[in-house]
Design a protein around this ligand. Structure first.
Ligand code: ADP
Length: 425
């Protein structure tokens, strides 16, 4: 490789020497011709040198091309390598030329922003002042820049990161290519961060309220209620219910964490769906009697074996039936039955929990499984709700490859149906 390069350089030097010699001969001939015209010697010499110089340029038209090839070789860039590399990397990348126009955009970049075709001005790719300013600065100074900015895509705002760097003078994208931009979409990562901080803030808030109430009553019991047995009994009763609320919340939070931790390990035990449902519903009979509600079971006698986690399926049935009883209140009728497959879900089996309770307005339905989402915070707290019951249901069903379907109409009642895949034999 090295010897090949020096042989090429040797050949070029010989060519240049030969052209120089030829130019001197021609200049001398011109000088001789001019002397015959009896012009002053200084003028003769000046004209001869000018003609020789011009001849050298004419005889060496590949000069600048050679220099460029040499520079490229010195930079050790196999031609086309950079372009091939960028074509095959999964992150969006584009190159901007000295006129601020796209010189190249790889496939991921063109699928992120289809208008990012060669020739488009870079400021039309992302209309974000922070991005435009950073690219403009990159034209004038070499340090690599990393900026986060937001841009609108089809009406939704995405958070992006741009890694902006100056290119060496010679590259695969032509001598005018100056700036390389690499894009990363941070939206999902940011959304996860926001969800996590929201969750911690909500969980702390949920725990702080009963805790503050308990601390307040402790102060009262130490102070003016110290010698009042009636007030003491009353306050201790409230403190007990607040402490139980905290306990339920901690249990639900721990259960949610356990389910999330097992989210990627599929269940492996065999469980009978109807039998599990029957057992969970029967355990709620005392609650139904306390509320003054009617709890009906309408399941086929046959077995229905699934590959599922029995405790988790029991928890799903319990949460949904308990909600139907709690929010239905006195006089509600709750029926737990095998769901008929309408709309058809191939290879899925379902259990429907239907109530004749107050129903849920349409605008709340799509948010019910969000953590701490309640239609009425007051009613949920009166019923000892934590706002996590349906989030737990959703996560358990997701782990089982199942889904939850909710239908409800105000003053008509609600129907929560769980669908689970039948076992593949
Ligand atoms: P909570 O602990 O508050 O019961 P859930 O996640 O179990 O939390 O339920 C979320 C909200 O959905 C409840 O606060 C309630 O407003 C509403 N909800 C759930 N099930 C029913 C139902 N069967 N009838 C009416 N409202 C319901």
């Amino acid at each position: 490789m090295r010897s090949g390069t020096s042989m090429q350089e040797g050949g070029r030097t010989m060519q240049r020497n030969w052209r120089g010699f030829f130019a001197v001969i021609i200049s001398a001939a011109i000088a001789a011709a001019l002397t015959r015209m009896e012009l002053p010697l200084v003028l003769v010499l000046a004209l001869a040198m000018f003609a020789g110089g011009a001849l050298l340029l004419v005889l060496d038209p590949t000069h600048s091309e050679d220099e460029m090839t040499l520079q490229a070789q010195e930079a050790d860039l196999p031609s086309g390598f950079g372009r091939a590399l960028l074509d095959n990397i999964p992150s969006p990348v584009f190159v901007i030329n000295e006129r601020g126009r796209v010189a190249y955009a790889n496939r991921p970049m063109r699928s992120l922003v289809p208008r990012a075709e060669p020739g488009l001005h870079f400021s039309a790719i992302f209309r974000a002042p922070r991005f435009v300013e950073a690219v403009n600065k990159a034209f004038n100074s070499s340090p690599v820049r990393d900026i986060d900015f937001s841009a609108l895509f089809g009406g939704t705002e995405r958070v992006l990161n741009a890694h902006i760097a100056q290119l060496p003078p010679v590259s695969d994208f032509g001598p005018g290519a100056q700036v390389l931009v690499q894009i990363a979409d941070l939206s999902d990562q940011r959304a996860t961060e926001v969800a996590r901080t929201d969750f911690i803030a909500n969980a702390s808030h949920e725990l702080r309220t009963p805790l503050a109430s308990i601390l307040g009553y402790i102060e009262t019991l130490r102070g003016h209620a110290k010698d009042d047995p009636e007030a003491r009994a009353h306050f201790l009763g409230i403190m007990n219910s607040q402490a139980q609320r905290m306990q339920r919340l901690v249990e639900d939070l721990m259960s949610l964490t356990r389910i999330e931790m097992a989210a990627h390990s599929s269940p492996s035990e065999i469980c009978d769906l109807y039998d599990t449902t029957r057992e969970a519903v029967r355990a709620l009979q005392p609650l139904a009697e306390k509320i003054g509600a009617e709890l009906n079971l309408a399941l086929p006698e046959e077995d229905l074996a699934l590959i599922a986690d029995r405790d988790q399926i029991a928890q799903v049935i319990t949460n949904l039936t308990e909600n139907a009883l709690k929010y239905g209140g006195q006089g509600v009728s709750v029926t737990v039955s095998a769901a008929s497959s309408v709309p058809p879900r191939p290879r899925m089996v379902g259990i429907a929990i239907e109530d004749t309770g107050p129903g849920i307005a349409r605008e709340h339905l799509h948010r019910l499984t969000e953590r701490f989402y309640r239609v009425s915070a007051k009613k949920s707290k009166e019923q000892g709700g934590t706002g996590l019951g349906l989030a737990i249901v959703k996560h358990i069903l997701a782990r089982h490859g199942g889904e939850l379907a909710v239908e409800s109409e105000l003053e008509q009642g609600s129907s929560f149906t769980i669908w689970l895949p039948v076992s593949q034999n």
